[in-house]
Design a protein around this ligand. Structure first.
Ligand code: SF4
Length: 470
């Protein structure tokens, strides 16, 4: 069977798709190659959330082809769904498979392997074994396999390990697609309708991960708060969380991102009732200006968002509260940018992810003519990032003298091994902590916060928890 390599781009949802393809290929007897240069088949799993994500994917494909011209390159993911012809025109690409047909990639490999006359299949054999004729077949135009994404009901997911330089906290995608239509966002057009992994499968995956020793599991989705609305019978996200706590042995769950209006009193109470859900809310804000929020077709206004933050702060005074912010949406005035800065300034955010507006073909916002000049967008992004750093620093300092329960992470070979002989760790409230001494990864420690070093807190270990947290 073929050896394969999956080159991943994009968000956790896209990486979960890549992990699922990997699982399917391994189940069918394919072998994972350690690098793209030695693989018969390279699957490039793309993102298209910004123009620069597109450019990165094209660049990677060119480099892959130059380094391994014999490989059969299959390009899939969100970019493949949005603009398959663009990718098919790149040299070295054999197949472009949209998200609509992504679950069929393993079948495609199998079919091609059993029909060696099909051009792309010649690449499944080592380059040295190829005849000259076969090599010329490799340059045949790429084939495209895409369909209407809104017809798709399959759910492709497998836990993802890695990210943030560690392999300690697997991410499990439990929801895909989105039924909203924010005017700047291309995701619904490349991922389709909202759909959910059935609760029994969620519980099974979590229990399996937990039994294999993982202590923290991150739940992710494209629009996680809509989890279960497509299922019959319908399932509430809060009920799913309760079942996970009751029916699995997971020690700590983290919710990757949730829309502000899905942060209900019930959800906050649930977070406050247990140490087994990380005290961490990531709620996309996008703008602090009501006019821009309306133009973005977001369904809340700044004060609705502020009330959700107050709800969290009342019950969880030390929770992490993060937000995505888009700067430079068409027509955003200086006063509207200032309103966003002022809104963020007055609320207890603990970090921001700042994005420059990127025009995505096919979206409503792409047709707006009043674009903000690039230099202004850059300056506004700098101002927002500076504010984010100030908010993060204030939050870190508010933790001095507190005891935090942290999970130790795997050290990198490079940056994490430093002269201070400390072990990287992550707190429930999403703070990086450097714990004094050398500790194995995936250990739960109580640490006293004695100061900070760079953007991490310094923790003095108090107690090693070998027993479950609760
Ligand atoms: S909620 Fe809006 S921003 Fe988020 S995926 Fe859906 S359309 Fe995109």
């Amino acid at each position: 069977m073929a050896t394969f390599y999956i080159q991943q781009f994009g968000c956790r949802a896209t990486q979960a798709d890549g992990a699922a393809i990997e699982r399917q290929l391994l189940d069918r007897g394919c072998t994972a190659a350690s690098e793209s240069a030695s693989a018969d088949v390279v699957v490039v799993n793309t993102c298209t959330v910004t123009a620069s994500a597109d450019a990165q994917a094209r660049d990677a494909i060119r480099k892959l082809h130059a380094a391994n011209p014999a490989a059969c390159v299959i390009v899939t993911g969100c970019y493949a769904q949005r603009a398959p012809e663009e990718l098919a025109a790149l040299p070295g690409v054999s197949w472009v498979v949209g998200n609509s047909h992504k679950p069929q990639i393993p079948d495609l490999l199998q079919t091609l392997s059993s029909h060696p006359s099909t051009p792309a299949s010649v690449a499944f054999f080592p380059a040295a074994a190829l005849e000259a004729d076969s090599m010329s077949l490799l340059r045949a135009p790429a084939k495209i396999l895409t369909g209407n994404i809104f017809d798709r009901t399959e759910f492709l997911s497998a836990p993802v390990l890695g990210g943030e330089g560690n392999h300690t906290r697997p991410t499990l995608k439990i929801q895909d697609g989105c039924d909203s239509r924010c005017s700047y966002c291309v995701i619904p057009f490349v991922r389709g309708k909202s759909r959910s992994l059935p609760p029994e499968m969620v519980l099974q995956e979590i229990q399996r991960l937990s039994e294999s020793g993982f202590r923290e599991i991150v739940l992710s989705g494209i629009n996680l708060g809509t989890y279960g609305r497509d299922l019959s019978p319908r399932v509430d996200f809060e009920d799913l969380l309760r079942r996970i706590l009751d029916e699995t042995s997971v020690e700590r769950l983290r919710i990757s991102s949730i829309e502000p209006l899905d942060v209900t009193q019930d959800l906050v109470e649930l977070f406050a009732s247990t140490d087994r859900i990380a005290q961490h809310f990531h709620m996309p804000l996008q703008s602090g200006s009501d006019r821009i929020l309306a133009a973005m077709r977001r369904w809340y206004r700044a004060e609705h968002y502020a009330r959700r933050i107050e709800l969290i702060r009342e019950r969880l005074p030390h929770a992490a509260i993060g937000a995505d912010v888009i700067t430079g949406f068409p027509g955003e005035s200086e006063a509207e940018h200032a309103a966003t800065l002022a809104f963020i300034e007055r609320l207890p955010f603990t970090y921001l992810h700042v994005f420059a507006f990127s025009k995505r073909p096919g979206t409503k916002a792409a047709s707006l003519s009043n674009e903000v000049p690039g230099a202004i967008i850059k300056r506004r992004a700098r101002e927002l990032r500076a504010l984010s750093e100030a908010k993060s620093a204030a939050f870190r300092q508010s933790q001095f003298g507190r005891t935090l329960r942290v999970l130790t992470l795997r050290r990198d070979n490079s940056s994490e091994v430093s002269a201070d002989d400390a072990t990287p760790a992550l707190s429930s409230n999403y703070l990086k902590v450097r714990v004094r001494g050398s500790h194995p990864a995936n250990n739960c420690l109580d640490v006293l916060i004695s100061g900070e070093t760079g953007t991490a807190l310094v923790g003095e270990p108090i107690l090693v928890c070998s027993a479950p947290l609760e």
